[in-house]
Write a protein that binds this ligand. Structure first.
Ligand code: RB5
Length: 145
């Protein structure tokens, strides 16, 4: 599974830890920026990352900003993206099972690195449940058209 990952300055430190963790777990990833802790505008990294996932070049995407809110708002404006902002493990599990989310957003100023790693692993390893949830995803997809 190829993963696109990005952060703004508010998520930069947590992104470094999550990239190390992805490598440890054996996932292939590409860092879409930012590349230092200088203040920058999160739409500038969130949109290209979401577009890379929507294009099919990457199966999943992970976005981190200070709260996770700004990047998730941006990502969800890209057709085909279902980006879930998660601050706990159960939400990470349920958004995969119920929403088939293809992007995960987290807040670098909100959660600690151990929680973020557990959320990331759960989100990557949990399968979509399908069934009645597919009908709901189809209704979301219809909104994109
Ligand atoms: C940057 O200061 C901050 O606004 C950003 O990281 C994010 O939290 C926005 O939603």
């Amino acid at each position: 599974m190829k993963i696109a990952i990005a952060s703004d300055h508010g998520g930069f430190a947590l992104k470094q830890q999550i990239m190390d963790y992805l490598a440890e777990l054996g996932y292939e990833y590409k860092d879409f920026g930012c590349f230092n802790e200088e203040s920058m505008d999160y739409p500038d990294i969130a949109f290209p990352t979401a577009q890379a996932v929507a294009s099919g070049k990457f199966e999943r995407g992970i976005l981190i900003c200070g709260t996770g809110i700004g990047v998730s708002i941006c990502a969800n404006k890209v057709h085909g993206i279902r980006c879930a902002l998660c601050g706990d493990i159960l939400s990470a599990q349920l958004t995969r099972q119920h929403n088939d989310s293809n992007m995960l957003a987290m807040g670098g100023r909100i959660i600690g690195s151990e929680t973020a790693k557990a959320i990331t692993r759960t989100w990557l390893e949990t399968e979509f449940s399908g069934g009645r949830h597919q009908r709901r995803i189809d209704k979301i997809s219809a909104l994109d058209r």
